[in-house]
Design a protein around this ligand. Structure first.
Ligand code: IVH
Length: 672
């Protein structure tokens, strides 16, 4: 490699990194992307290729370095340069008036004071340290003095810049709240429900859990974000007001939820905003549990200083918890499609801040034991993020002695087959092969959006199909006749035709939908897509061995075992054969037809006659390999056409296998 080539690569690397940082900022901090996700991916891909060719260009703040390196065994402790304080609480207007009066007395002032009102996000507080604009550390609050170093996990969060922009100070410690938007939270919980996994009680717990992962790759899959609201040490001149500080953060590339930050001229305006924000609470895309009120002038903040653990210049006005008390009247058992048996509490209906709640998930028997809850108990229910409310506490003082325990079932409530709880699992499962409850849930999942998406075949019709015994397996849907449909309540010509058409149309769904629709344990829609892309057809996936599966990034032993078990099951084998016979055998549109070349790096050089360089590269990628532009020790094969020059020489020097075009085609086993 000449120094010219290296300089050129360095320039391109710099430009790509800058572009990616900038588009990341537009997307996360400003929510105003200028390019499509696909264009972003292309820039990222180019940067990855470049770094593969020139590994010395990889720096810790490169946009490629977000996905997490080796798992840690524990998080090192971090002592905060200045303590991370907490806030005093206010619960009503009069607490706020007292706060204002206290400050005025302390400052010996009588004129109005300007305040900033911010939503109090319900997440996890962190401190981010930047030196010369580079993110060097992320730490949790811990006890305020000492926290944990979670830098690896912090780096995976797209909304946190690895490199600041514009006129950033040399030293900066930013403080903010990491949280998860409700959409992402609900989606994850839904996915876990589908996969028969226990769900998270609220976004805060899920955020805390995600940040405490020792393997940053897991954190990287969680849709976390941040809002910055304060600072530790900042070098050089600092803004005069808190509002200017937040604006400066934004300009440096940090995310601040400015749309919900409000300036109040005096405490009365603070109180109006407090009421306004409570009304807005249900419309925000994230959970807030109050409003934080801060003195805007940073000079006054300094003058006011702090008490032992809390600043005098700020206060948190809490919102009433979305909790109510009611009676747990009985418990019903739900059987999911994986046989998971979930206890659900039937509650005496109660209004929790505008929503009537009449049932709540009890999750599992470990949770029942933890809560020590019984039938007849008075319980505290809470609406927190998930659409399904939670029981958070038992009011033990209200016990009468007539409460009844909630026993773990030994038999399925529907098919009466024995129930087992596997080692390490919290959920008991029905083992009945023909359990109608499992079939019903599998059918619902099969027909749902994102799966086979059969419009019109909803819960009500599925119930009838099962009651009339018209379907005994997933594939039976495709055998339904017009006459059979007329046995349904309120079935007319038009409805029957539409339904048959929707069923027929579903045969054309993409492979990823089909894999997802099968309802394989631990395989949600995302993994279904990964598998579709990797294997290209259901037959290839069904034939995959555990080493093939484990070589795929994102697939661990749990998923691999689940897939192998699914495809080895005799009933499932018959089902798949039946689907294929019915003509449901989709192929992936971007197939990786095999992974025989998994991880292998190819370089094409010279004039190729039998195929173009692009086609050659596509063939390699289709088999799970990668194509590169330059020869290095990492190269596995060089495919040389006529007139090949320096790359061929280098390959020979390094002892890399050189292939002719025909050798290559032989290797790929593809007929062009
Ligand atoms: S200011 C000295 N602002 O609430 C200032 N905190 O009890 C300290 N929080 O640990 C914090 N949103 O986790 C501040 N806009 C906001 C906040 C906020 C949420 C959390 C933070 C802190 C706790 C205070």
């Amino acid at each position: 490699m000449t120094s010219d080539q290296y300089d050129k690569a360095q320039r391109e690397h710099h430009s790509l990194a800058q572009q990616l940082h900038y588009h990341n900022y537009l997307y996360h901090a400003l929510d105003q992307p200028e390019i499509t996700d696909a264009e972003y991916d292309r820039l990222m891909q180019r940067l990855l290729t470049l770094e593969e060719q020139f590994p010395e260009l990889i720096t810790p703040d490169s946009p490629t370095q977000r996905v997490g390196s080796a798992p840690l065994s524990s998080f090192p402790a971090v002592t905060h340069a200045s303590p991370m304080l907490s806030l005093e609480n206010a619960f009503n207007e009069s607490d706020l008036h007292n706060f204002d009066t206290r400050i005025k007395r302390f400052l010996s002032r009588s004129e109005d004071l300007e305040y900033i009102c911010e939503p109090k996000l319900d997440g996890v507080a962190v401190a981010l340290t930047y030196q010369q604009g580079k993110l060097i550390r992320g730490a949790t609050r811990g006890d305020g003095t000492t926290g944990e170093d979670i830098t690896q996990n912090i780096r995976t969060i797209g909304a946190i810049p690895l490199q600041l922009q514009d006129d950033y100070p040399e030293q900066l410690e930013v403080r903010g709240e990491i949280y998860m938007e409700l959409k992402g939270f609900r989606k994850l919980n839904q996915q876990r429900r589908e996969e028969g996994e226990p769900t998270f009680a609220n976004p805060r717990n899920l955020t805390a859990g995600s940040l405490r992962q020792l393997d940053a790759k897991l954190t990287a899959t969680r849709p976390l974000t941040i809002s910055c609201y304060g600072s530790g040490h900042i070098s050089g001149a600092t803004p005069e007001t808190h509002m200017q500080l937040l604006e400066a953060f934004r300009n440096w590339g940090l995310k601040v939820n400015l749309e919900t930050v409000h300036i109040a001229k005096n405490i009365d305006e603070v109180i109006s905003r407090y009421k306004e924000l409570q009304n807005l609470r249900d419309q925000l895309p994230y959970e807030i549990d109050g409003m934080v009120v801060k003195i805007n002038s940073r000079a006054l903040q300094r003058e006011l200083g702090e008490k032992s653990r809390t600043p005098r210049w700020a206060i948190a006005c809490k919102f009433p918890a979305r909790q109510e008390q009611t009676v747990l009247e009985s418990v019903r058992l739900q059987v999911g499609r994986t046989g998971a048996i979930t206890p659900v509490a039937n509650l005496r209906p109660v209004n929790v801040s505008g929503v009537t709640v009449s049932s709540a998930s009890l999750h599992n028997w470990d949770e029942i034991a933890r809560l020590d809850v019984m039938i007849g108990d008075t319980v505290v229910v809470e609406r927190a993020g998930d659409v399904i409310p939670d029981i958070v506490q038992v009011v033990k003082e209200k016990r009468t002695g007539n409460e009844q325990p909630i026993p773990e079932p030994t038999h399925c409530p529907i098919c009466h087959s024995p129930v087992t709880r596997e080692k390490g699992e919290v959920i008991p499962r029905c083992q009945g092969i023909n359990c109608p409850a499992k079939l019903k849930e599998s059918l619902k999942h099969f027909c749902s959006r994102g799966a086979m998406d059969i419009e019109g075949l909803g819960d009500r019709l599925i119930d009838q199909l099962l009651r009339l015994k018209l379907v005994n397996s997933l594939s039976d849907i495709y055998h339904l006749t017009r006459e059979e449909l007329f046995q349904f309540d309120r079935m007319g010509d038009k409805l029957a035709d539409n339904l048959l058409q929707a069923i027929a149309a579903s045969k054309q769904r993409p492979l990823e939908n089909f894999i997802f629709a099968l309802g394989i344990r631990h395989v949600g829609s995302h993994l279904a897509k990964v598998l579709a892309r990797q294997f290209g057809s259901l037959e290839a996936l069904a034939a995959a061995k555990s080493e093939d599966l484990l070589s795929i990034h994102e697939i661990g032993p749990q998923v691999s075992e689940s897939l192998i078990r699914f495809f080895n099951d005799e009933n499932n084998k018959k089902l798949i054969e039946e689907f294929i016979r019915l003509g449901i055998n989709p192929k992936s549109t971007e197939p990786i037809t095999g992974n025989s070349l998994q991880g292998k790096i190819f370089v094409f050089t010279g004039a190729l006659k039998q195929f173009s360089r692009k086609e050659g590269e596509a063939l390699v990628e289709a088999q799970g390999g990668r194509a590169s532009g330059s020869v290095s020790k990492k190269t596995d094969y060089v495919v040389a056409g006529s007139g090949a020059g320096s790359k061929l020489t280098k390959a020979e020097q390094l002892g890399i296998k050189v292939l002719s075009e025909s050798d290559f085609l032989e290797l790929i086993k593809e007929e062009l």
